[in-house]
Design a protein. Structure first.
Length: 300
């Protein structure tokens, strides 16, 4: 039986958990036998990423068991909460790595030892795996966008960039014997930090907005207005439109007034047409049209 998109996303997260766990053990060994700041920074980053990916996987498992009997609007908000925590983990990594970069710039040393060779092997293998997981996450995001999938994309992207920077640093440091190569280690860490700051900021900002029941973006609002305009002669009053996100789900409530002299069956046909059209145009939308009696003002 083929996997659903959510099950496929959950499997990608589980692969990420296993990969991060295995990579974390090897990075610990590599740090012990080397003198690399970028590896030490990657150790903290890998630990926090392991926690974050684990949180993503647990969240996706919880969403698969979504209990609408207990949570009427679903468990979409848990995706935003998880994304907020992942953004927080990234910010913690940024603080740790910034402190390590400042220390290394004041105490420049040349990386060496068996740990560097182990690091080259680890970054090559796990960098390829993380790049593959990044591509898979981007595919999941394109097919079924949601906050937790976006968080996964950013995590794997940060890890891929970090692995690439580490690999380049190790190869250049071992191949060249110039003083400027001493700055490669903190420079590579700085590039990773910059990428993490951008990802953490976007994750945190979007998660907070959605937790505060952010309304739909302007392009989606235009779709709603277009449908209301198409049925303009079918209702007598527009009392308001409310919309909000809950994970990947979109909830839209439209309050309309109808002529009380019209048969209920005709009003229901209009309501069903508006609902069907909007749910067809807006992915993962749940539309509710709330009618009320409203007499049209008489023409003079």
């Amino acid at each position: 039986m083929p996997l659903t998109e959510r099950e496929s996303t959950e499997r990608t997260a589980l692969i990420g958990v296993v990969t991060c766990g295995a990579g974390l053990l090897l990075i610990v060994i590599s740090v012990i036998f080397s003198n690399s700041l970028v590896q030490m920074a990657d150790l903290f980053n890998s630990f926090l990423q392991f926690v974050a990916i684990g949180l993503s996987w647990l969240t996706l498992r919880t969403l698969r068991k979504d209990n609408r009997a207990l949570f009427n609007y679903g468990l979409g908000k848990i995706e935003n909460i998880a994304s907020l925590f992942i953004g927080g983990f990234m910010l913690i990594s940024v603080l740790i790595m910034t402190a390590l970069i400042g220390y290394r710039l004041m105490h420049l040393v040349r990386i060496h030892g068996f740990g560097v060779w182990l690091g080259i092997a680890c970054t090559l293998v796990f960098g390829s795996i993380n790049a593959w997981l990044w591509v898979k996450s981007l595919r999941h995001k394109r097919l079924a966008p949601s906050p937790i999938v976006d968080a996964q994309c950013r995590l794997f992207a940060v890890k891929t960039v970090s692995n690439f920077c580490m690999f380049a640093t190790f190869v250049l440091s071992l191949s060249l014997d110039y003083r400027w190569t001493l700055y490669l280690d903190p420079l590579a860490s700085g590039i990773t930090v910059g990428f993490m700051i951008q990802s953490a900021w976007k994750l945190t900002r979007h998660s907070i907005h959605d937790l505060l029941d952010r309304s739909l973006e302007e392009p989606l609002q235009i779709l709603i207005n277009r449908q209301l305009a198409a049925f303009f002669d079918q209702y007598t009053a527009l009392d308001g439109v409310r919309s909000r996100y809950s994970g990947q789900n979109v909830f839209i409530e439209i309050f309309l007034g109808f002529d009380p002299r019209r048969p209920l069956a005709e009003i229901q046909e209009t309501i069903d047409a508006i609902r069907r059209n909007l749910e067809a145009e807006i992915p993962h939308a749940e539309v509710l049209v709330i009618p009320r009696a409203h007499s049209a003002p008489s023409a003079r």
